[in-house]
Design a protein around this ligand. Structure first.
Ligand SMILES: [Zn+2]
Length: 549
C-alpha cells in the first residue's frame, strides 16, 4: 500500500506496550527504546502515564536530557473526574508537570461506559470532554484526544459517539484518535466509522487499534484508507491482552523504508525479555528464509519470484536454508555465499548433495547450523584442516547432598598443532559447560582469540520420541565472538557426544575464519603439581613433551 500523504507514526510501546502481561521496562530501558525510536524516525513517543506511577514520572524527567532529533514526547492521562473542574484535577496536574510538548488524553465516547462505568449522564460526559481539552490546550502546545471505545460507541449509539468527538473538536484538540479499545471490530466497520468522524470534525483523525481479533494491522490500514493521518501502535505489537496494532508491520505495509526497523524490534524484544517471533512479518528470522529448492532457484534468477519486498530496506537479511527439501540450487547459493562457487566441480556438488541428504536422513539439520555446513563443504574440498587432534575425554557428574546442586568435571586430552599432548580439566555447572571450558583451556595457549568466544544458545531436541531415554538427540549450538554469530550441530544417542560434536565444529569454524597461525605453546610446569591451587579448573599438565604418537 503506497501512501501519498504523510502519515504520522505515534508509538505507545512505553505506555500501552508496558500493559502487556509479561512486560516490565525499567526507566533505563525506556530511555534506550526512546532513543532508538527517534533514530528510526518515529514522530511521537508516548512515554507513559505520569499520574499512575513514579517510574513513568521519572522517565519524563530523564527523557529531557536525551538529544532527540525528531520525535516529540507525549504524556498520557485521562479526562478529569466527574465532580471537579479540570484545573483542580490532580492527575491532569501531574500530566502537566511532566512538561511535554504533547499531552494525550483518553476519554469516553461509548454511552455504555458513561452509564455503567462512570455512572453519569451523557450530557455530563460531554462537559468533561470539553472542559478537559480546553484546560489542557491553555497549557500544552499540542493536545491529542484518544476516543476510547469509539468504534463500539459508534456501532451502538452513533449520534452520541459523534457528539463526544465534536465536543473535543470544539474545545480545540489538535488531533482526535479513534480507538478500537476492545479489538473486536472488523476492517469494514472501521472504514465506515472513520469516514463518519472525518466528515463531522475539523481536526484531523488518527487510529489506535487492539489485536483481539488478529486484525489490528488491517483495521489500521482501513482507517488510513478512509483518511486517518496518524497511526498509534507498539513495536512488535506489545500491549494489553492480545496486544496493540504492530507498528513494525504497519511501517512495512506503508512501504516506509527504515533500515533500523529490525534492530529496533530486536531491542524491544530483548529489553522486554521476550523471545523474538521468527515468523514476524518483515523483521522475523524466517521472514526472508527460503527453503524449497524451487524457491531458491527462483530467487537466484530474480528475487521478486519469492519476495514481496527487499529485506535490506527493513534491515533484515535473505537466508537460504538447507534441508531435505534442498536441491542443487541451495548448495550453489551457499557456495556463492562462502565464496567457493568457482572451485566446485559438478561431481563435487553431487557428492555434497548426497552427503547432505545422508546426514539429514540420520537426523542432522543444517537450518540453524550454517557453520557446520560450511565446514562440511570445505572438508569435501579439502580446504580446511583440523586445528588440533582429539585424543580422549572423560566427564564426571557429582552430587554430594540432596540439597546441593550437582557439578561436572571434564578432562580432555588433545594433541596440539605442535604435536604435543596436553591434558586439561575444568569444572562446570553441567557436563557441556565443563567440556567447553576444558577444551578452551587446552586451545587458548595456541589460539588466544578463542578466549573471546562464547556460547550464545544451546538447544537439545529429542528425535525418536518413542525410544525413551535411548532416543537420539540433536544439539544445536550458537556461538559468538562479538563480531559474528554462527550455528553448529551435533547428533548422537548420547547428549554429551552430540554437544561435543557441535562444540568442536564451533571452535574449528572460528579458527578457520580467524585464519591465524597457532602460537608456540609456552612450556608449562610439567611436574604434575596444580598450577592454581584455588581452582580445580585451570590446571594444565603437559604429558611427555613433543610426544608424537
Ligand atoms: Zn490502547
Amino acid at each position: 500500500m503506497a501512501v501519498a500523504k504523510k502519515i504520522q507514526i505515534y508509538d505507545t510501546t512505553l505506555r500501552d506496550g508496558c500493559q502487556s502481561e509479561d512486560v516490565s521496562l525499567t526507566t533505563a530501558d525506556k530511555l534506550q527504546i526512546a532513543e532508538r525510536l527517534d533514530d528510526l524516525g518515529i514522530d511521537y513517543i508516548e512515554g507513559g502515564w505520569p499520574g499512575s506511577n513514579a517510574r513513568d514520572a521519572a522517565f519524563f524527567q530523564e527523557v529531557k536530557r536525551l538529544k532527540l532529533r525528531h520525535a516529540k514526547i507525549a504524556a498520557f492521562g485521562s479526562t478529569r473526574r466527574a465532580n471537579i473542574r479540570a484545573s483542580a484535577d490532580r492527575n491532569l496536574q501531574l500530566m502537566l508537570d511532566a512538561d511535554t510538548p504533547v499531552a494525550t488524553v483518553v476519554g469516553k465516547t461509548w454511552d455504555l461506559h458513561v452509564r455503567e462505568a462512570l455512572r453519569i449522564s451523557l450530557a455530563a460526559n460531554l462537559e468533561i470532554l470539553n472542559d478537559t481539552i480546553a484546560y489542557l490546550k491553555k497549557h500544552v502546545d499540542e493536545v491529542i484526544f484518544d476516543a476510547e471505545h469509539f468504534f463500539d460507541g459508534y456501532a451502538n449509539n452513533p449520534e452520541f459517539a459523534i457528539d463526544c468527538i465534536k465536543a473535543v473538536d470544539d474545545a480545540g484538540a489538535d488531533l482526535i484518535c479513534l480507538c478500537d479499545t476492545n479489538g473486536g471490530r472488523m476492517p469494514w466497520e472501521i472504514e465506515e466509522a472513520t469516514k463518519a468522524a472525518i466528515v463531522a470534525l475539523r481536526a484531523p483523525v488518527g487510529i489506535h487499534c487492539h489485536n483481539d481479533s488478529e486484525v489490528a494491522v488491517a483495521n489500521t490500514l482501513a482507517a488510513i484508507r478512509s483518511g486517518a493521518v496518524q497511526v498509534q501502535g507498539t513495536i512488535n505489537g506489545l500491549g494489553e491482552r492480545c496486544g496493540n496494532a504492530n507498528l513494525v508491520s504497519i511501517i512495512g505495509n506503508l512501504q516506509l523504508k527504515l533500515k533500523t526497523l529490525k534492530e529496533t524490534s530486536m531491542l524491544v524484544y530483548e529489553l522486554a525479555n521476550i523471545i523474538p517471533n521468527r515468523r514476524q512479518a518483515y523483521v522475523g528470522g524466517s521472514a526472508f528464509a527460503h527453503k524449497a529448492g524451487l524457491h531458491v532457484s527462483g530467487i537466484q534468477r530474480n528475487v521478486h519470484t519469492y519476495e514481496h519486498v527487499d529485506p535490506v530496506l527493513l534491515g533484515n537479511d535473505r537466508r537460504v536454508l538447507l534441508s531435505e527439501l534442498s536441491g542443487r540450487a541451495n548448495i550453489l547459493y551457499k557456495t556463492r555465499e562462502f565464496g567457493i562457487e568457482s572451485e566446485l566441480t559438478k561431481e563435487q556438488i553431487a557428492a555434497l548433495l548426497d552427503e547432505l541428504k545422508r546426514l539429514e536422513a540420520l537426523g542432522y539439520t543444517f537450518d540453524g547450523a550454517d557453520a557446520s555446513f560450511e565446514l562440511l563443504m570445505l572438508r569435501t574440498l579439502g580446504r580446511v584442516k583440523d586445528h588440533f587432534n582429539f585424543i580422549s575425554f572423560r566427564v564426571f557428574d557429582d552430587k554430594w547432598h540432596e540439597e546441593q546442586a550437582p557439578f561436572s568435571e571434564a578432562v580432555i586430552v588433545i594433541e596440539g598443532p605442535d604435536g604435543r599432548r596436553t591434558r586439561n580439566s575444568a569444572i562446570g555447572n553441567g557436563p557441556v559447560n565443563a567440556l567447553d571450558s576444558a577444551l578452551r583451556q587446552a586451545l587458548v595457549p595456541y589460539y588466544p582469540s578463542l578466549a573471546g568466544m562464547q556460547l550464545a544458545d544451546y538447544k537439545v531436541r529429542v528425535l525418536d520420541n518413542g525410544a525413551g531415554t535411548g532416543a537420539r538427540v540433536r544439539v544445536l549450538i550458537e556461538s559468538t565472538d562479538g563480531r559474528r554469530r554462527w550455528g553448529t550441530v551435533g547428533l548422537s544417542s548420547n547428549v554429551v557426544e552430540a554437544s561435543w560434536q557441535a562444540l568442536v565444529d564451533s571452535v574449528e569454524f572460528k579458527l578457520h575464519k580467524d585464519n591465524v597461525k597457532p602460537k608456540t605453546r609456552p612450556l608449562a610446569v610439567s611436574n604434575g603439581a596444580r598450577r592454581n591451587a584455588k581452582s580445580r579448573g585451570g590446571e594444565t599438565i603437559v604429558n611427555g613433551v613433543a610426544a608424537k604418537p
